[in-house]
Design a protein around this ligand. Structure first.
Ligand SMILES: [Zn+2]
Ligand SMILES: [Zn+2]
Length: 388
């Protein structure tokens, strides 16, 4: 709790940074203002700052002497959502919004960097990783591909995400899978157009598409292990122009989620097989493309135990849920965890009522947890690099 008390004097600055970032949201790989803000602050705190890794990514390094090295990651990007809030720090960029709390993640990691730079009460190296494009575009993957772990060698890497629906200031973490894989698919059906009153003269891609939508739901219920959750959602079905003409084409889009690599492979195989087979049954041609985006986010057991200890120092043992159910959401920190031992933790944001859910146009990060998140980062550094 001592670290949490020390953080109290940083809260007003963190709140100001957070609201400034919230008011100026930038989406994937366009986080130039945010990136400059982060780099300027890290430089002012006395860190070595490296810009441009993963386009708009920033890494700040704080070294106090020989010892292990760890990485702490925050994401900086916003979403393509038109904000519906009316408070003074509402988005100034129409159609863009911090609806996932990445503004809070950035502010908390900046607060931790400032505290650790002032106190320097650890032995070793901390890399503060500010990544772009967590939403959809894989900024974390790009940073890894551009040599994050070669340019900034580290033994472990950690990340944090705010979580509406969990008590404000509480934590949740466990070994193993925390978040699902997140993949997209697109199915194009090509039949033959005809008069709407003479369907026998054409081949209807809408009826075939509707059959595919239904059949895809048998994957989760009949093909994958019910104890190893999967989701297949068709989220887009476009076809036709008017009342009395059967169109020649239909296009479906959707998302597929799995908690294990085996189920992920099964989803890819089954979606293609079912789409083509049902299409054949209806006499239409089917083209199915499956895009692998984010793998499951899987925590290392040792790193999860360290993260749980650090969280308990801030929130107490009762404030750390050690057996949360995984989320079917995706997270591109998964690419860092594929390469490096590490752990991803949830920080409760408070009740998920009203518009207070992630990706909602009324969402706002809870400033009351800024100190808790920053203190967690400092406790984590102390757990691994403490004893100065
Ligand atoms: Zn998000
Ligand atoms: Zn997010």
């Amino acid at each position: 709790m001592r670290i949490l008390d020390e953080m109290a004097s940083y809260v007003s600055d963190m709140r100001d940074w957070r609201r400034d970032i919230h008011a100026h949201p930038e989406t994937a790989f366009e986080e130039r203002r945010t990136s400059d803000l982060v780099a300027d602050k890290l430089t002012a705190f006395g860190l070595d700052v490296h810009k441009g890794l993963g386009k708009t990514g920033v890494v700040g390094t704080l070294r106090t002497g020989p010892g292990p090295a760890i990485g702490l990651r925050a994401d900086m990007d916003a979403l393509f959502i038109d904000e519906r809030n009316t408070f003074s720090h509402v988005s100034q960029n129409p159609g863009r919004m911090h609806a996932c709390g990445h503004d809070g993640h950035t502010a908390m990691l900046l607060g931790a960097a400032r505290h650790l730079a002032e106190t320097r009460a650890f032995r070793g190296t901390v890399h503060f990783i500010f990544q772009p494009a967590e939403e959809n575009e894989g900024g974390g993957r790009l940073m890894v591909e551009e040599g994050l772990f070669e340019k900034f060698p580290m033994d472990m890497v950690f990340a944090l995400h705010n979580w509406p629906g969990r008590r404000a200031g509480s934590f949740a973490v466990k070994p193993g899978v925390m978040m699902a894989s997140s993949d997209n698919f697109e199915i194009t059906l090509t039949g033959k157009g005809a008069h709407g009153a003479m369907p026998h003269l054409g081949t209807d891609p809408i009826v075939a598409g509707a059959a595919i939508v239904g059949a895809l739901q048998t994957i989760a219920s009949r093909e994958t292990d019910p104890l190893d959750s999967t989701v297949v959602s068709v989220t887009c079905f476009n076809s036709g122009e008017t009342w009395n003409a059967i169109p020649a084409q239909a296009r479906l889009k959707g998302t597929a989620r799995a908690l294990s690599p085996e189920s992920r492979d099964a989803l890819e195989e089954a979606i293609g097989r079912i789409a083509r087979s049902v299409g054949t049954a209806h006499g239409v041609d089917v083209d199915c493309v499956y895009h692998r985006l984010y793998p499951p986010t899987v925590n290392n057991a040792e790193a999860a135990a360290i993260a749980a200890r650090a969280a308990a120092r801030i929130a107490g043992e009762a404030g750390v849920d050690l057996d949360p159910r995984a989320s079917m959401g995706g997270e591109d920190f998964s690419f860092m965890l594929q390469q490096k031992t590490g752990c991803y933790i949830w920080l409760g944001n408070g009740p998920g009522t009203g518009g207070c859910t992630l990706h909602n146009a009324h969402y706002d990060f809870n400033d009351d947890i800024l100190a808790t998140g920053a203190a967690y980062w400092c406790a984590l550094v102390d757990e691994i690099l403490g004893g100065a």
